[in-house]
Write a protein that binds this ligand. Structure first.
Ligand code: MRU
Length: 342
């Protein structure tokens, strides 16, 4: 089975908390289960959060049918799913698409509404896979033969409908025979890099080396990094980009060393309603993600802990934003607005 599947009114997702050494699945039979899957990071990654939330609406509508609830309960369900995580805009984008379909067809029979909601969720999923392939193709034009690429977090197949955004480009470069090598930031505290990105790359036979997050600057200084490619959780109109905590520091290091810094993301990650990154809500997660390592307490009880899950990379540190509709360069606002017209 792939990393998620909707079958017989159930959404089955690979539990990403257990990877790479255990393959366990979490079964979502209700929209509340989907909320837990997103909130507890059983699944994660901006595009996948959107896809999974869309299926959450389908499961919510199933409950409306079974309990003979009023149709307007769908708004409560959508709002509930929207409260699962605050930063990745794909969540709100996908829920908005589901809401729009519901409002267009709400006069049909309940079973027809259900089928059309399911159809839309599948469409969101299928579109995402094609989008990632296109991001890969556009991005590959920027990758040199034999490049050493640094990536952070996991913007791969596991974070999307398949193939990946940043890892989509890396896959495309590898499979087109460019002889690339990838440095993978381990990405504390959730270790998406060490556990998920290294796993995906190794499964595809893409040469990779895992480093601790604090080693990137040294590698850049040694001339070992040719470019940085990361994903995004939300991009503002001016190009400011929210991504996994640590991305901002990497961008500063890359700028200092004159290394290209690329963002790879679908257009659904752009928030056309906000002008700059200062408007992006940053999720703060549980202290325990830092206090404990592998189930063992590592921080003295007297110490405070701060755990923001994302940071904002200012547009001025970004060399290009690679989307399925093309690559845009600074100043980004004009290019971003054009992407919306395409
Ligand atoms: O907290 P996560 O694991 O959901 O954060 C994921 C990231 O920051 C990814 O880089 C981003 O969502 C892009 S995934 C294609």
């Amino acid at each position: 089975m792939k990393h998620f599947e909707f079958e017989n009114d159930k959404l089955i997702v690979l539990d990403q908390r257990k990877l790479p050494f255990e393959k366990e699945y979490f079964v979502c039979s209700t929209y509340q289960d989907v909320y837990i899957a997103i909130k507890d990071m059983i699944i994660r990654g901006a595009p996948l959060i959107g896809i999974v939330a869309a299926y959450g609406v389908v499961l919510g509508f199933k409950e409306i049918i079974e309990k003979n609830n009023d149709l307007s309960k769908i708004y409560e369900i959508i709002n509930y799913l929207a409260s699962s995580r605050p930063t990745a805009v794909n969540l709100f984008w996908a829920l908005e698409r589901m809401k729009k379909v519901f409002e267009e067809v709400r006069n049909l029979s309940k079973s027809q509404i259900y089928s059309l909601l399911l159809q839309e969720a599948k469409k969101i999923e299928d579109e995402d896979k094609n989008i990632n392939k296109k991001i890969g193709e556009h991005g590959n034009n920027l990758i040199k033969e034999g490049a050493n690429i640094l990536t952070h977090c996991n913007a791969g197949a596991l974070a999307t409908g398949g193939y990946g955004t940043a890892l989509g480009i890396i896959r495309e470069a590898h499979f087109s025979g460019k002889n690339i090598h990838v440095y993978v930031d381990e990405t504390r505290p959730y270790l998406q890099g060490a556990r998920l990105t290294a796993f995906e790359l190794s499964e595809d036979g893409i040469p990779n080396t895992v480093i601790c997050d604090n080693m990137a600057g040294y590698l850049m200084k040694l001339g070992k990094i040719d470019c940085v490619i990361v994903g995004a959780d939300r991009i503002a109109l001016n190009g400011d980009t929210a991504n996994k905590i640590g991305t901002y520091s990497l961008s500063v290091l890359a700028k200092h060393h004159g290394i290209p810094f690329y963002i790879a993301a679908p257009v659904s990650t752009i928030d056309f309603n906000i002008k700059s990154g200062s408007e992006i809500p940053i999720e703060e997660r549980s202290e325990d993600e830092i206090r404990f390592f592998n189930g063992k307490k590592i921080v003295p009880d007297e110490s405070k802990v701060f755990n923001p899950a994302f940071d904002i990379t200012p547009a001025e540190n970004i060399t290009a934003i690679i989307t399925e509709r093309g690559v845009i360069f600074p100043p980004f606002e004009e290019g971003i607005l054009k992407l919306n017209e395409k």
